[in-house]
Write a protein that binds this ligand. Structure first.
Ligand code: NAI
Ligand code: MG
Length: 800
């Protein structure tokens, strides 16, 4: 083709990036890679290898080690050995290493980009301009957090050895999201890249060595899901961080239940892309291109459901089809290519099957007139219209360049459609009205909301899910909490201490005789408290409460599953509580404190009857009043943040309530334990279903009257007495409960964690760990507030 002809047709000529430096890098290593353990390369103990291929050509690139149990064990041991010195290094020392890693990555940025594109199939334009720069930014940003850790996170320490398992869609970027915060907070890591895309992680291993990172701080082991499972199950791992499919996330939730491992999960999505009539159509079209054709649509937060207001839907469909016609699919190394290769044949097949299912279910398919390259894993951009909201392609994560379009009439309908999947990862909202955009953003259940933009990421802004898209955040200050734990918890050993504590809180026989209650017990059978009213237990049974000196001090209702279900329903009806102002919630909490104070003697007497400890009882009521004050104070002060991403944009990191929280209270401190849990939860706008102390529930049932007199709306606090572990089990298995806090033994904690996998509810369990409820650090504070909220990042662009 002559230049004149090219000029005439304006056709793109090929502009390939050279593969040769990457090929040379592979050749120099004999196209064979072992594991990177303790700073050294090691062949797999079991001698098993597999190939990684280039999905654009289906040609093998290199032979990779399949990690077995012995490899995982060696890696965990290396990480453990490296831990003390790494933690002993101060934040500044770790900051220097992270800074060095960032510099080294930048120095090899083109090699990283080409290798990523060859192994994964993503366009070089994306790996070069998006993935790798963001990787470097993550290390720089977290070098800063290492430096500031002591000042900004007092009372917190690293967790220990962290196992990290990542997917293939952003191989190096996901690695950076995992490793940078972990190292910054003083952890050592064992990371497993996805089996389709291990090469850039292995190049990063070389960078770690070149940068002089102490051996064992970062260990990279390769392999498939079996290797991942090996890491998850290894007893020497203190935390698992996973990004990948919801199915595997669920397996990991169950596998780690009861292990004491901290867990963060970043899972799938089916994110809405909401277009209002007044949106700027041209921006919307380019937005859709970014939302669903970026990285071939293999993006967990891809805008895969376009929700268009009726007035704009036809025009949008038409313009979109025209734009799709001009997209270029082909050689990912070609700088002019928009859409590269799907990562592997198995994924290509999965996309094909789901698209066929969409056709079978009656949706209208549209694809451009041109055809994709025949060799390699390519799939054309695809748009479905006439899609029923409940159909498979509207509900299931396709993870390919396939988008469905549905319509709505009103903003409320848009919100309802948006929230009509089990996922909650991201959303984007397109309108010229900032008023409308900022009305919609808080109502969409998603961890990230982009306004007039999409798929923006930054190290300084948190990313992560609501609902079944997982929990925990990556990026931003909010992401750091995933890699730390309170110091007191690090110092309290599991098991032994708590058992000792249990004995401590039991009334001693002596006390029962000598310092016991002076007044006769008031015999009264307490009911349950549901929807702001006292309710008889469904079972018709009651449970005796034994106090000091083995005396019967009262009865409470024996709640069952049905009572819990009723309580959850009542809690859901109390949604107005979250929508009200924080100032109002603060007022209600102060009022609770005031009304409790008015009944100090009565409550102290009641506690003493149960525990036999009169002095302790008074102290407990006083501490409970103070605690209510603390959370009344926090209600309108637990502010979010405004993150500064390096673009014309403000990112509002808002603390939002989680929804309905089920709480199983501790036995120790029957009033203070109860107040310590409900106060932060409701201060942040949640509704609670509380199971009070099983042994000494009467302080909680007496609290009904305090609730009644303090303007707490019905349904915000629901109380079901009975067998604590049975009720906690029902709460943990309930699909409309969004989080469960369990302050009790290891067995119940395990059960709660395991059952939570059903709807991926957030859990906070104590494994019987010694918690001093009177202690201001352990019994109240930011840890409670954090557990009571989830962070939503709302990206608001400004300027041109
Ligand atoms: P996957 O969830 O199986 O793989 C992610 C990572 O988990 C890989 O490193 C894999 O080796 C590892 N893994 C697999 N089974 C494991 C186990 N039992 N225990 C521990 N680790 C395990 O995802 P896959 O099979 O590659 O893709 C399947 C579908 O998952 C995709 O079509 C897509 O819908 C979804 N997906 C979502 C991602 C996201 O970021 N939300 C990323 C990758 C896949
Ligand atoms: Mg590959």
């Amino acid at each position: 083709m002559s230049i004149a002809e090219i000029f005439e047709t304006m056709e793109y000529g090929p502009a390939p990036e050279s593969a040769s430096p990457a090929v040379r890098w592979l050749e120099e290593r004999g196209r064979t890679f072992g594991h990177f353990i303790g700073g050294e390369w090691r062949n797999p103990a079991e001698g098993e290898w597999f190939d990684t291929t280039n999905p654009a050509t289906n040609q093998p690139l290199a032979r990779i080690a399949q990690g077995g149990a012995a490899d995982v064990d060696a890696a965990v041991r290396a990480a453990r050995e490296a831990l003390p010195a790494w933690q002993a290094l101060d934040g500044h020392g770790r900051a220097r290493y992270l800074y060095a890693l960032a510099r080294h990555i930048q120095r090899h940025s083109r090699l990283f980009a080409v290798l990523e594109t060859m192994d994964n199939g993503k366009p070089i334009r994306e790996s070069r301009d998006i993935d790798i720069p963001l990787v470097a930014r993550h290390f720089y940003h977290h070098a800063g957090w290492a430096q500031l850790m002591d000042a900004e996170m007092p009372g917190y320490t690293g967790i220990g050895v962290v196992g990290q398992i990542i997917p293939w869609n952003f191989p190096l970027l996901m690695m950076a999201w995992k490793i940078a915060p972990a190292l910054a907070m003083g952890n050592t890591v064992v990371l497993k890249p996805a089996e389709f895309t291990s090469l850039t992680a292995l190049l990063f291993a070389e960078v770690c060595r070149d940068a002089g990172l102490p051996p064992g701080v970062v260990n990279i082991i390769t392999g498939d899901g079996r290797t991942g499972a090996g890491i998850v199950e290894h007893p020497g791992v203190d935390k698992i961080a996973f990004t990948g499919s919801t199915d595997v996330g669920r397996i990991i939730r169950v596998a780690t239940a009861g292990s004491g491992k901290k867990l963060s999960l970043e899972l799938g999505g089916k994110s809405p892309f909401i277009v209002f009539d007044d949106a700027d159509l041209e921006s919307v079209i380019e937005g859709v291109v970014d939302a669903i054709w970026f990285n071939q649509g293999q993006v967990c937060c891809a805008g895969s459901r376009i929700l268009a207001q009726e007035g704009i839907a036809d025009k949008l469909t038409q313009r979109l089809r025209e734009r799709m016609e001009t997209l270029r699919v082909g050689d990912p190394l070609d700088k002019g290519v928009d859409i590269g290769a799907i990562v592997a044949p198995v994924q290509l097949q999965k996309i094909g099957e789901l698209v066929q299912q969409g056709r079978d279910e009656g949706a209208t398919l549209w694809q451009p007139s041109w055809s994709c390259p025949q060799e390699g894993c390519f799939f054309p951009p695809t748009l479905f219209t006439d899609v029923a909201p409940s159909s498979t392609i509207a509900q299931v994560e396709i993870f390919g360049p396939v988008v469905v379009l549905m319509t709505f009439r009103t903003p409320s309908e848009a919100v309802a459609l948006s929230n009509n999947t089990p996922y909650g990862l991201a959303a984007s909202v397109w309108t010229e009205s900032i008023n409308l955009a900022l009305d919609i953003a808080p109502r969409v259940q998603a961890g990230t909301v982009w306004i007039n933009s999409t798929n923006l990421f930054d190290a300084g802004a948190g990313f992560g899910g609501y609902k079944e898209s997982g929990f925990g955040r990556e990026g931003g200050k909010e992401g750091l909490w995933e890699y730390v734990k309170p110091r007191w918890e690090a110092e309290a050993k599991n098991g032994a201490a708590s058992r000792k504590d249990d004995r401590k809180s039991k009334p001693s026989k002596d006390k029962g005789r000598n310092g016991g209650p002076s007044l006769p017990p008031i015999d009264r059978t307490a009911k349950l408290y549901i929807g702001g009213k006292q309710a008889r237990p469904d079972s018709g049974y009651s449970l005796p409460v034994t106090g000091a000196g083995e005396r019967l001090v009262g009865d409470v209702g024996l709640g069952n599953r049905k009572d819990v279900r009723n309580a959850v329903e009542a809690a859901h009806k109390a949604g107005g509580w979250a929508r009200g102002t924080a100032h109002n919630r603060a007022q209600v909490l102060y009022y609770l404190a005031e009304n409790l104070a008015a009944r100090t003697d009565e409550f102290a007497r009641r506690i003493a009857q149960m525990t036999g400890d009169e002095a302790g009882a008074e102290r407990e009521v006083d501490a409970s009043i103070r605690r209510l004050y603390t959370y009344a104070a926090w209600a309108d002060k637990y502010d979010g943040l405004v993150h500064a991403a390096p673009m014309r944009n403000v990112t509002l990191a808002m603390n939002e309530p989680i929804g309905v929280i089920g709480v199983a209270c501790p036995d120790a401190a029957p009033l203070l334990g109860f107040v310590s849990a409900i106060a932060p939860a409701i201060a942040m706008g949640n509704a609670v279903v509380v199971v009070p102390s099983e042994r000494w529930p009467l302080a909680a049932t007496d609290f009904y009257q305090v609730l009644d007199t303090s303007d707490v709306p019905g349904g915000v606090v629901n109380i079901v007495t009975g067998k604590r572990d049975e009720l906690a089990e029902t709460l943990a298995a309930h699909d409309d409960v969004d989080a469960v806090w369990y302050f009790g033994g290891a067995e119940g904690s395990t059960l709660v964690e395991r059952l939570s996998a059903g709807n991926m509810k957030r859990t906070w369990v104590s494994y019987g760990r010694d918690r001093d409820w009177f202690d201001a650090e352990q019994g109240e504070g930011r840890e409670f507030l954090r557990q009571a909220t989830q962070v939503k990042n709302i990206w608001v662009p400004y300027g041109e």
